[in-house]
Write a protein that binds this ligand. Structure first.
Ligand SMILES: C[S@@+](CC[C@H](N)C(=O)[O-])C[C@H]1O[C@@H](n2cnc3c(N)ncnc32)[C@H](O)[C@@H]1O
Length: 232
């Protein structure tokens, strides 16, 4: 049997996410999920298949665990030449993102409702120019740490699917998760941490749009880190 790493990477990994549904959807949200989601939803294998958009985007960006989609929608609005792929298992979050997509008339977003790990594993080499992992679930109890989305295996998978010169952006308000993530990216020969000069890891990214979890964290008095890992 293949060896499992310290952080649970490897085969037979447990499901990574917690809830996949919350409150009952309102009628408008149900309509979005039944009518709009099927037109935007992609299979894990779609990235290597037929064109995803009417016109070929200049770049593809992925957001893992987009929550209610605030950041995804803003990025799609600000970067119409980019194809944004959002991956999120929580149905209510997907419904909220669909509402934003419809409201803004966005045509450069595709969604995957489910575990990002499967999408990442199926993505072609060097497909994405940018990947966002923003306020991922912290799984703070030690025995649950292995459910974190950032693992040695995930860093290796991101190294495969991010283009040289492309980047992974990781933000969190959880100190322990910040250290955990830094250790794993710094151990990878494929990434360098852009932590000096103009790129300050305590300052939000340019064109940053605060997410729901960031607002919660800051209200509770917790600061954030904003890491950028550049694919070498
Ligand atoms: C703490 S929330 C943060 C949401 C959003 N990024 C924000 O900052 O408001 C973490 C999100 O990651 C999603 N998530 C957890 N595991 C995931 C996985 N394996 N693949 C994709 N999304 C995942 C959860 O459903 C949840 O919406």
């Amino acid at each position: 049997m293949a060896a499992r790493s310290e952080d649970g990477s490897g085969p037979r990994r447990r499901p990574l996410y917690g809830r996949s549904r919350g409150k009952t959807l309102r009628a408008g949200q149900k309509r979005l999920v039944t009518e709009i989601l099927p037109t935007l939803q992609i299979e894990t294998t779609a990235l290597s298949g037929a064109p995803l958009f009417a016109a070929e985007p200049q770049a593809y960006w992925l957001e893992i665990g987009f929550g209610a989609g605030e950041h995804l929608i803003e990025q799609a609005k600000a970067n119409p030449e980019v194809g944004l792929i959002g991956c999120e298992p929580f149905l209510n979050g997907v419904a909220a993102a669909l509402s934003g997509i419809e409201r803004e008339g966005l045509t450069n977003v595709r969604l995957r409702r489910g575990d990002a790990q499967a999408l990442v594993e199926a993505a072609p080499d060097a497909f994405f120019s940018r990947v966002f992992v923003l306020y991922p679930d912290p799984w703070p109890k030690r025995r649950h740490n292995k459910r974190r989305i950032v693992t040695e295996a995930m860093v290796a998978a991101l190294a495969r699917i991010v283009k040289p010169g492309g980047e992974v952006r990781f933000a969190t308000d959880v100190d322990d998760y910040a250290g955990w993530t830094l250790r794993r990216f710094l151990a990878s020969p494929c990434f360098r941490w852009a932590a000096s000069g103009a790129v300050d890891w305590r300052t939000p990214y340019p064109e940053w749009r605060s997410t729901r979890y960031e607002v919660k964290a800051h209200k509770a008095g917790r600061d954030s880190v904003y890491f950028t890992f550049v694919r070498i």
